[in-house]
Design a protein around this ligand. Sequence first.
Ligand code: DX5
Ligand code: ZN
Length: 228
Amino acid sequence: MTRTVLFAPSVLGADPLNVGAAVNSLGGNFDWLHVDVMDGRFVPNISFGAAMAGALRKRYPESFLDVHLMIDPVDALLPSFVAAGASQISIHAETEPQLLHSRLSRIRGAGIGAGVAIAPVTLVEQLRFVLPMVDTVVVMSVTPGFGGQSFIEETLEKTRDLVRLREVEGYNYRIQMDGGINLKNAERIAAAGCDVLVMGSAVFGDPNPAEYLAKVRSRVQKCLSSRC
Ligand code: DX5
Ligand code: ZN
């Protein structure tokens, strides 16, 4: 059976003065809404807080809100994103790694999805003891902090490793790739085993985001069904 890949537009790629209009321009043709939270400390940029997640939840009550926390420390702010209505929260393995396991348990305990994210230089091996408990592994394919960067090819190797590990160990996580994804490279990323494609600037930078997404989706699914 052909695998189905999910598409998660990142609102970081939207015009900050018109985020609602940008999401509407997707015409509902998305699976997850990806919300990048940056604190100016873990990454050299500041983006959204829990108020944005809460506003998106209110406006799009049925949507799967995929919150990607690029903040350090995590603990003080985590509850506000749960309360805002996140469907899943991903935290970085590089933030206070000694607390990673308990934080992921806390997220799961809140009844939502738990994701672990790794920056391009972080090894999959570092995740060994949390892989059994996560719903999503976010393989960052650009340096965290900014949209509009180029895809780092070497990170595909981590996706292939995660596919193998999942098979051998019987884990259940989805593999998400985040950063530098567009119409040109989406097929090969999906073919490497990625389950969720995050796309910011490519989708929202296009004059017709709904059409763009539909085009990527159909190319990816066609590619997977022909075992590309
Ligand atoms: C980068 C963010 C990404 C970003 C992707 O730190 O985590 O989600 O929005 O944007 P593009 O698709 O423009 O690389
Ligand atoms: Zn992200």
